[in-house]
Design a protein around this ligand. Structure first.
Ligand code: DGJ
Length: 506
């Protein structure tokens, strides 16, 4: 195939109301893709033959696209719509890199009914807007025809199509009711009062048969206007709102309002019989970078602020986690040295302070020096310790890294990116926050990630995915699942949660 001229047809597509997912199709040039993975601010989904893109999608004229999907003409993309999908708005245009002779027609169909068609478009034509009422339809098909008009035959036999959209509206995607007992990564996750859960950068603690989920309440933006919110659950799917257990107002003034409170985690200390919440506390613009500690007599608080410290080496403390080993030894893992290097620091027996005297290699250690990691999540299975971390690109997703070790203090060995499949290089548009053992399923774990929505952080989503580790192995794979159920782990189900011949996760 001659690929000398690449012609890009760009479409800016956004959906209002709840939502769109999972296309199926049979046309020769049609690909099946999971649009739920598109509910992101920045990212690329491939539709058609893969091409290299940066996270900045190309722009058409003055139109700047945040997210793009690429396809080849002539092609079709069928999208199944969740109930309640109301309107699709978008704009289409040829990319400015298109060859001057190239032309294409873009149309949207519901079965055999053509809902909308663009005129024949050429390079430098202004983007054409459209709005469709979709409430009557179960699915729609997006079509691109490169030889739509005889006057403009595309000189190349290759035409590229991109759909781009901000991703803001698909973030309003609600769980379809038939999946109400499933995990639906990327969908709005509501608490028992129907409000979207606000527990970003969060962590879980199990006390008896109850799980507690603490995280950042970003309903008033990224600064710390609200505090740490907590939820409880017995099945990890349905969550009861426990309220704001560490209100922003209870923190020293530099950490509230324009300050920052991120990635809180709670652990239980047997010695003191208290619950310890460690978190990243910071002043405006992340200028202080300290570890915050708050304590409560009960898992659901209220938590009382105790101190903010720099645990070792007087180094900065930002993205963080806490890991408690089988023997009760607890560790803080965090982005130090202005995020260049992860530190792991052993806490004392009370969990209230780093173990002293501080001795590198014995009470604390560096992980991946100069590796620029954030979002650490550490766990143990058998005799191996595992650590997933992201790289540092603000709220934008990047590829995850896996490290393994024989001891929390290392040495830690890089094992590559455990995420596999489309968008694995963007960690499925998520950033790690925690990994827990899947209850009742030895050898299975749940990856908890945040899908940040940088323009509206309170509208960020959670992506929890199951994966399995063969005991003793330093490698495993995390794959995308559009929905999944704890009861099916290890059974024969595919990425859509349907029963198949092949077991998921292997
Ligand atoms: C990425 C971190 O992982 C988040 O917790 C947050 O600190 C953002 N950076 C801020 O840009």
């Amino acid at each position: 195939m001659n690929r000398i001229h690449l012609t890009n047809l760009l479409a800016f597509v956004s959906c209002f109301g709840s939502t769109m997912l999972l296309p199926q199709a049979s046309h020769a040039n049609t690909q099946v893709m999971n649009l739920s993975a598109m509910d992101i601010k920045v990212g690329i989904q491939q539709w058609g033959e893969p091409q290299a893109h940066t996270s900045d999608a190309p722009s058409a004229s003055t139109l700047k696209f945040n997210t793009a999907v690429t396809t080849n003409a002539d092609s079709r993309l069928t999208i199944k719509l969740f109930k309640g999908t109301k309107t699709l708005t978008g704009r289409v245009a040829l990319d400015s890199r298109a060859s001057p002779e190239a032309a294409a027609l873009f149309s949207i169909w519901a079965g055999r009914v053509r809902l909308w068609a663009s005129p024949l478009m050429q390079r430098d034509d202004p983007p054409i807007p459209f709005t469709l009422n979709l409430s009557k339809y179960g699915e729609i098909t997006l079509k691109v025809d490169r030889q739509a008009g005889t006057a403009f035959k595309c000189p190349c036999d290759w035409l590229d199509t991109q759909f781009s959209y901000t991703g803001h509206e698909p973030l309003t995607v609600d769980k379809p009711s038939r999946w109400k007992n499933d995990f639906v990564p990327g969908a709005v996750w509501r608490d028992d009062k129907g409000a979207p859960i606000q527990a970003h950068g969060g962590g879980l603690l199990k006390v008896g048969s109850t799980w507690y989920w603490v995280g950042e309440d970003k309903s008033k933006g990224y600064n710390n206007f609200v505090g740490v919110h907590e939820y409880s659950s017995r099945d990890l799917v349905h969550w009861h709102d426990e309220g704001v257990v560490l209100p922003a107002g209870s923190l020293p003034s530099e950490f509230r309002s324009t300050g920052v409170c991120e990635r809180p985690k709670i652990v239980y200390n047997r010695l003191t019989k208290l619950f310890f919440m460690w978190m990243h506390l910071d002043a405006h613009r992340y200028s202080v970078a300290e570890a915050g500690l708050a304590i409560a007599p009960k898992p659901n608080g209220p938590y009382r602020y105790v101190a903010a410290i720099r645990p070792v080496n007087n180094s900065t403390f930002r993205d963080m986690n806490v890991f408690v080993d089988r023997d009760g030894a607890a560790y803080l893992i965090y982005a130090a040295e202005n995020n260049a290097t992860l530190y792991v620091v052993r806490l004392d027996r009370s969990y209230g302070a780093p173990r002293r005297p501080e001795v590198e290699g014995s009470t604390w250690a560096k992980i991946a020096p100069g590796g620029w990691h954030e979002a650490p999540a550490m766990w143990r299975y058998g005799s191996i310790y595992y650590l997933i971390a992201s790289h540092t690109s603000g709220w934008s997703p990047n590829a995850a890294s896996l490290y393994t070790a024989k001891s929390p203090l290392g040495p830690w060995v890089y094992q590559g990116n455990p995420f596999k499949g489309p968008d694995a290089d963007y960690t499925f548009y998520t950033q790690s926050t925690c990994v827990i053992p899947a209850p009742g399923h030895p050898g299975w774990f749940i990856y908890m990630g945040d899908r940040w929505n940088p323009g509206d952080l309170g509208n960020s989503r959670y992506v929890w995915l199951p994966f399995t580790i063969t005991k003793g192995s330093e490698h495993f794979t995390i794959k995308w699942q559009s929905h999944w159920n704890l009861n099916h782990l290890g059974k024969n189900v595919n990425a859509d949660g349907e029963r198949t011949k092949h077991a998921m996760g292997h």
